[in-house]
Design a protein around this ligand. Structure first.
Ligand code: PFF
Length: 457
């Protein structure tokens, strides 16, 4: 049946802001930012980070919002309305979200399992061995898929897919916005308690010193600046369709730039909070083991599934810490995951013009099957690592670069700026356009240097 109803909308600006914050705050904030900052100059990283927010993060959020809101479509439709030859670039954005969605769900499933393990202490006193040999059953291909494995990995993966698809089928306001409306305040409260708790652990100051002591010499290293821009792109979910899609559901008279400033500020505050919490906890295990923080500091999978279970084992009221940490990771990842899949749903719905529930099924079920076949089996981890590295270091940057090149070359930035200024509180002009052109150049440089790395490594 063809759908002729109007495009869905968020009930208001608050609903939109919470959904956009829900998308922005994810694994990038909790497990990526602290280690990226630590590795790239500690306290000194704040300078490239702030420069990246002001020159790329906020201006590109404005840009994404202006495109989605003006053209009122998912990424491909918005690009087509921008210029009828540009639809393909929107589909590229959809493609990268398909790849991200397929593996983001896996980590979400693991986080959900580990929330439960925090209570029953399933990882025992050797969390690393547990994760590799018992949880993921790596190197145990002969065993095939056991019931235990299905219970710990495959089952939760299917479960998170079903939850996310059910929320998406409910729609923009009843599904996406309502979820963020509940989970974002909850996440904030849980995370603040977690950080306060971590700050009182013995050795916390040692961790904070390691994170915040500035290494100014790093500022002359271009890779530190690349890391800051990369972090901002990943963390704010900019330039690959997510924010275009969400803003296309905003009512006509919305304050676009004002919303973007709130989203950017909330995202960075959360990142900083995560840095404090994570490094306080790392300081605690370093002190307990008589080691330096550098010996225990990790990001990503190593932080969440190796270091944190060890911390939880040793900390007073470890179960509470575990629930707060893995619960936060689960909630943060769920609202981000939903936004990634929504890009695809919205694009397909624009194209096929059929009901959302049908599109959710058509898009979601094949993605879930691929996700389960690739990662719900005992051989998934190495592939997840490869995909994650590819997306992070290359995929997002390449897609963002191409989108920006086509937008800038079309010389319609002025028109998009006018659109922003029509209803927004914070007005944009020449500096905004300059930032976008400069960021396009920076992305070209990032792509070039990543390309060189690929060939020389
Ligand atoms: N911005 C979110 C995060 O920081 O985890 C979610 C996200 C979505 C990140 C898509 C990266 C990505 F490619």
């Amino acid at each position: 049946m063809t759908q002729t109803t109007k495009r869905e909308t968020f009930s208001g600006q608050r609903a939109f802001i919470l959904a956009a914050i829900g998308s922005a705050i994810g694994l990038g904030n909790i497990w990526r930012f602290p280690y990226t900052a630590y590795e790239n100059g500690g306290g000194a990283f704040i300078i490239p980070y702030i420069v990246a927010i002001l020159t790329a993060g906020i201006p590109l959020l404005f840009l994404d919002y202006s495109i989605g809101h003006k053209f009122r479509g998912g990424a491909p439709l918005s690009f087509r309305r921008f210029n009828r030859h540009f639809e393909t670039f929107g589909w590229w954005q959809v493609m990268i979200n398909i790849v991200i969605g397929i593996y983001y769900a896996v980590i979400l499933g693991w986080a959900a399992s580990y929330t439960y393990f925090s209570i029953n202490g399933a990882w025992g006193d050797k969390p690393v061995d547990f994760f590799i040999s018992e949880f993921l059953k790596m190197g145990d291909i002969n065993q095939g898929i056991s019931l235990e494995f299905v219970g710990m990995v495959t089952g939760p993966l299917i479960f998170v897919w079903i939850i996310a698809l059910a929320l998406l089928a409910l729609g923009v306001q009843k599904g996406i916005a309502k979820t963020s409306n509940i989970l974002m305040p909850l996440l904030t409260i849980m995370f603040i308690i977690l950080v306060i708790y971590a700050l009182f652990l013995p050795g916390a100051t040692k961790g904070l010193n390691a994170l915040f002591t500035p290494d100014w010499s790093k500022l002359s290293n271009p890779s530190v600046w690349i890391a800051a821009y990369g972090q901002i792109f990943f963390s704010l979910s900019i330039c690959f369709g997510i924010m275009i899609t969400y803003s296309s559901y905003l009512k006509k008279d919305s304050d676009l730039t004002g919303s973007a400033l709130v989203v950017g500020f909330a995202n960075s505050s959360f990142e900083l909070l995560a840095g404090i919490g994570v490094f306080s906890a790392l300081g605690f295990i370093a002190t307990a083991a008589g080691q330096e923080v550098s010996e225990v500091a990790k990001g990503g999978i190593g932080l969440a599934f190796f270091a944190f279970p060890t911390i939880i084992n040793q900390a007073p009221f470890g179960e509470v810490l575990g629930l707060l940490f893995f619960g936060s990771l689960t909630f943060a990842a769920l609202t981000s995951f939903v936004s990634v899949v929504e890009v695809i749903i919205s694009a397909v719905q624009d194209k096929l013009k059929i009901r959302r529930s049908k599109v959710t099924f058509i898009v979601g079920i094949p993605m879930m099957i691929v996700s389960v076949l690739l990662f719900g089996t005992t051989t998934g981890l190495p592939m997840l690592d490869v995909l994650d590295k590819f997306v992070n270091s290359f995929g997002i940057v390449a897609v963002a670069f191409i989108s920006l090149v086509v937008i800038v070359s079309n010389e319609k930035l002025g028109m998009l700026g006018d659109h922003l200024n029509e209803t927004s509180s914070f007005k944009v002009g020449f500096i905004w356009r300059l930032c976008i052109v400069l960021t396009t150049g920076i992305l070209a440089f990032m792509l070039f240097s990543e390309g060189i790395k690929v060939f020389t490594e």
